[in-house]
Write a protein of this length. Sequence first.
Length: 107
Amino acid sequence: MSQIDVNNLLGQLRQLSAQVRMPETALKSAAPAQADFGALLKQSLAAVGDSQQQAGQLAAAFERGDPGADLGRTMVAIQKADLSLNAMVQVRNRLVDAYKDIMNMPV
């Protein structure tokens, strides 16, 4: 069994980490721009609305008896729309709670 020299191993690890580490200027330039919270919320609301609309269209097509309408796809779309709506309601509730907490903070 060979004995490992701790100092030699530490030196090798430092050398490897220096090779892998990116320069700080590359990290600063690669940082994404900060997202606007309002725009992100608006985009999420639009996505929820789109999923609700798509589910409604699929359900209406199935009810009309369109030949391309599939019950499984319709049910999945309805469940996705319901889940996204419930998630958006939870986000709204948390935002309202946070707003109430901020309003109740002593000045």
